[in-house]
Unconditional design. Structure first.
Ligand code: TXA
Ligand code: MG
Length: 322
């Protein structure tokens, strides 16, 4: 049976229950500023294995280890001046750093899926607190079935994963709404592996140099990027200027369209608000019985890059029927 706690009424009881579950090898769903994570003690092989099982996640796709801060991160990853400065500037926050994995740590081997690197992030709030009390990182992917939309509310987790989770902490809607930005730091270079909750241009402004883009070896450097993702049940039609009969609409900015099959990411055209609403509204439209979902054009600026990345993957996944 899943234990559900509302964090605004029952913070301490919920926190203690989640900590107890982590200590005894269980799974917890915890809100972060980006999306809800499905967490296990990252040093417990059996607990980490359960994450892969319940999500149906392929074993070659590594997990992010959530830490209480840079000190814990440095027990597992090799940090140079560049990765340290990025952590100092953007942690706690929606930035994941992929760095070389230290030899002979107690991290469960499935966390890094056999790669010579480890993904580390200090999120804002409860997850980092839990890692601090546990004295170990928390391995946590987004708390959804592999390939499906990421959860930004506790009920998304319950609907998708239900009884497979021991404790669910309900912290309401996630503040950012898209997953963390992933940067790989290697030999003094910073490479953007995934657009996310911190705009790439903000990181570039901090570094004073452009980020390198992508990778020629995704199977080695970013295995998760190869997979179908964010698939709603309905087909998605991007950059739509108008809707067809029976089509649902995910609007952005002012529109005259209205009705039960219309959601607006942000009436005022605010890109941060759009990111917060993205996954929840896609899920709602997916349940309307429409033939497909038309999506207005979304500007590429700020979090728009991450929104468009997720929408493109959603459109591809639904085309593939996966
Ligand atoms: O905001 C987030 O990042 C959320 C919250 C819960 O922290 N987590 C999340 O995890 O989005 P997940 O598993 O859905 O996505 C993590 C991505 C995957 O694409 C995975 O392949 C990649 O991070 N990743 C993990 N370790 C890696 C590594 N060593 N090298 C390259 N990519 C890695
Ligand atoms: Mg995910």
């Amino acid at each position: 049976m899943v234990q559900l706690f509302n964090m605004s009424h029952d913070y301490e009881t919920g926190f203690d229950a989640a900590l107890a579950a982590l200590r005894s090898g269980g799974l917890v769903a915890v809100p972060t500023e980006t999306v809800y994570g499905l967490g296990a003690n990252a040093t417990d092989d059996n607990a980490v294995e359960k994450i892969f099982q319940i999500k149906g996640r392929p074993g070659f796709n590594p997990l992010i280890a959530h830490v209480s801060g840079l000190q814990m991160a440095e027990r597992y990853g090799v940090f140079d001046a560049l990765s340290r400065s990025l952590a100092a500037a953007f942690w706690p926050g929606p930035l994941t750093l992929v760095v070389e994995l230290k030899p002979h740590t107690n991290i469960a081997s499935a966390v890094c899926a056999g790669l010579p690197t480890i993904a580390l992030r200090q999120p804002r709030g409860t997850m980092a607190e839990l890692a601090s009390h546990l004295g170990a990182p928390i391995a946590a992917p987004s708390a959804n079935t592999s390939g499906r939309l990421s959860p930004t509310r506790a009920n998304h987790v319950l609907d998708d994963l239900g009884d497979g989770v021991d404790v669910v902490l309900d912290g309401g809607s996630c503040m950012i709404g898209v997953e963390s930005t992933i940067i790989k730091v290697h030999e003094g270079n910073a490479t953007l592996l995934r657009e996310g909750g911190i705009a790439a241009e903000d990181i570039e402004a901090f570094l004073g140099i452009p980020l390198l883009q992508g990778t020629d070896k995704p199977e080695v450097e970013a295995p998760g990027m190869l997979l179908a993702h964010y698939a709603p049940k309905l087909p998605i039609r991007l950059n739509a200027k108008s809707t067809k009969p029976d089509e649902a609409l995910l609007a952005f900015g002012t529109t005259t369209s209205a009705g039960p099959k219309v959601r607006n990411l942000s009436v005022t055209g605010n890109i941060d608000e759009a990111a917060r609403n993205l996954f929840a509204m896609l899920k709602e439209l997916d349940a309307t019985g429409a033939t497909s979902i038309a999506v207005h054009p979304i500007p590429e600026t700020g979090l728009g890059a991450a929104i468009n990345d997720r929408l493109k993957r959603a459109a591809q996944s639904s085309e593939n029927g996966s």
